[in-house]
Design a protein around this ligand. Structure first.
Ligand code: HEC
Length: 456
């Protein structure tokens, strides 16, 4: 009885996930490859959409001289304009589908551009309807997940258009968020309820809430997806191991000090956990599931990132430290700190010293080619780029107040910065190293992650 009533309470507290906009998400790639060609198509006895709509609303960007279709930037502009003339999930409430459709088939009475389709069975009309109903070209899509540390939700960003396309609700004080390697699940540590929330990435609905041995912080998932590792920020310190198949907390591995961040090394062989209180990095061997070695540094262990040897094994741990505006470099083989690098102090710039939470530099990301490292600076509201492996400063980019975590999606094009003080996620181009977009998200955004999500 006790268990049943407890479960009931939990499922009520875990409210149903809601999308930021009601209805399905309009997919950009489907639009570009299937919908947009309709605007160029010549139908016998009809003028083409492009022949009028370069000067009509909804607007189409005029084609460049000699061009047969639109380029990427133009396609995105068209997408942004035309999606306002559809209601996601409702083709028969969408101007794009009703205006050129014959009135006898349920279309509008008049379109100054004429009636292009006599029936809703017309293949072109069906393509438009598929888009409005959220069809994608891929069974999986890349998403950036921005958790809001003072909120109760996670914003879902489509990096193809850099817009919020959904929200995952129901986890109060979400700490860390990761995506399973097969893209079917999202794991979120729930600080408020001392649990791991497991979410179906196709529906954004909860699957299970798994109790943890203590208040969690960050988490990571094994390369094969079999285990989720959760850092426990309570008591003597531990890393909880969750069996992802059985959805059960099977083991609490004792480590040195209460744990803030947990990472699986890129080769999958180790779990690296950092303790702020004990200033110690604990390295767990995933084969034996026991503590292999520890390294104590001069200050609390904050976010980490990993560089690789040519064979994929771990070369270095890049690690941020409490009260240090920079990062240290630890050689993984010799288990020693080999360098410490301070971020620049640009003269004349305002230096933020309030609310740093003991870490003036808290957030790291390495580009997929392993050639560049980004580190955040809360002092200067910026992110700094360093070349790897030589750690030379490349540039310093202003992003806003209290930048925190970073993520780089698999294509390596942009870095996403959680700007905690502005409630935004800022997108910076890795090649030009300039801000390309500022996206409004929830309350005090911190952990941010990215990866493939399964769609069907
Ligand atoms: C001969 C020129 C012409 C052509 C060709 C044409 N349109 Fe139009 N379209 C217009 C004009 C003018 C309007 C505004 C007056 C109206 O609503 O009928 C319009 C309005 C629209 C609207 C409604 C905008 C609103 O404010 O609600 C949509 C959607 C639309 N067109 C889509 C299309 C599509 C899709 C095609 C091709 C299949 C197309 N048009 C072809 C001239 C054209």
């Amino acid at each position: 009885m006790m268990i049943i009533s407890l479960r009931a309470t939990i499922s009520i507290a875990f409210s149903v996930a809601a999308l930021a906009q009601p209805g399905p998400v309009l997919d950009y790639r489907f639009y570009k490859e299937r919908v947009q060609p309709v605007f160029l198509e010549k139908r016998a006895g009809h003028a083409r959409c492009i022949s009028c709509h370069t000067h009509r609303i909804p607007p189409l960007v005029p084609l460049a001289k000699g061009a047969m279709t639109w380029d990427e930037a133009q396609s995105r502009a068209n997408f942004t304009a035309w999606k306002q003339f559809v209601t996601p999930g409702a083709p028969m409430k969408s101007k794009l589908l009703l205006h050129p459709l014959a009135a006898s088939a349920g279309g509008d009475h008049f379109h100054a551009g004429g009636k292009h389709w006599n029936s809703t069975a017309d293949p072109e009309w069906r393509t438009l309807a598929d888009w409005v109903n959220g069809k994608t070209l891929e069974s999986r899509v890349v998403r950036v997940l921005q958790s809001n540390s003072a909120g109760d939700d996670i914003h879902v960003i489509d990096p193809a258009v850099n817009e919020v396309v959904g929200r995952i609700t129901g986890t109060e004080v979400p700490h860390g968020v990761v995506i399973s390697p097969d893209g079917t699940r999202i794991y979120v540590t729930n600080e408020a309820l001392t649990a791991l929330d497991v979410i179906d990435s196709r529906t954004f609905l909860p699957i299970r809430r798994i109790p943890l041995s203590g208040r969690p912080n960050n988490l990571d998932v094994s390369i094969d997806g079999a285990f989720v590792y959760v850092g426990i920020r309570q008591g003597a310190g531990a890393v909880d191991m969750i069996d992802a198949g059985a959805l059960a907390n099977i083991k609490s591995v004792p480590v040195k000090g209460e744990i803030h961040n947990v990472y699986v090394t890129p080769d999958g062989k180790f779990v690296v956990a950092g303790s702020i209180a004990a200033s110690t990095i604990s390295v767990i061997d995933t084969a034996t599931q026991t503590l292999a070695w520890t390294l104590t540094l001069s200050a609390g262990i904050r976010p980490m990132a990993f560089t690789r040897n040519a064979d994929g094994s771990t070369k270095q741990i890049i690690v941020q430290l409490s009260d240090f505006h920079g990062f240290a470099v630890v050689d993984f083989a010799s288990r020693k700190e080999i360098r410490r690098i301070s971020l620049p102090d640009p003269p004349g710039e305002h230096k933020e010293t309030e609310g740093l939470q003991g870490s003036p530099s808290h957030g790291l990301a390495i580009t997929p080619d392993g050639k560049m490292l980004w580190a955040t600076s809360k002092h200067y509201g910026a992110i700094a780029a360093y070349s790897l492996p030589d750690c030379k400063l490349l540039t310093f980019v202003k992003v806003g107040s209290h930048p925190d975590w970073l993520t780089i999606p698999p294509d390596g094009k942009n870095v996403y910065v959680a700007v905690a003080g502005d409630d935004t996620t800022v997108v910076v181009d890795n090649a030009t190293r300039k801000v390309v977009k500022t996206i409004r998200v929830g309350s005090v955004p911190k952990r941010v992650t990215s990866g493939w999500l399964q769609r069907e």
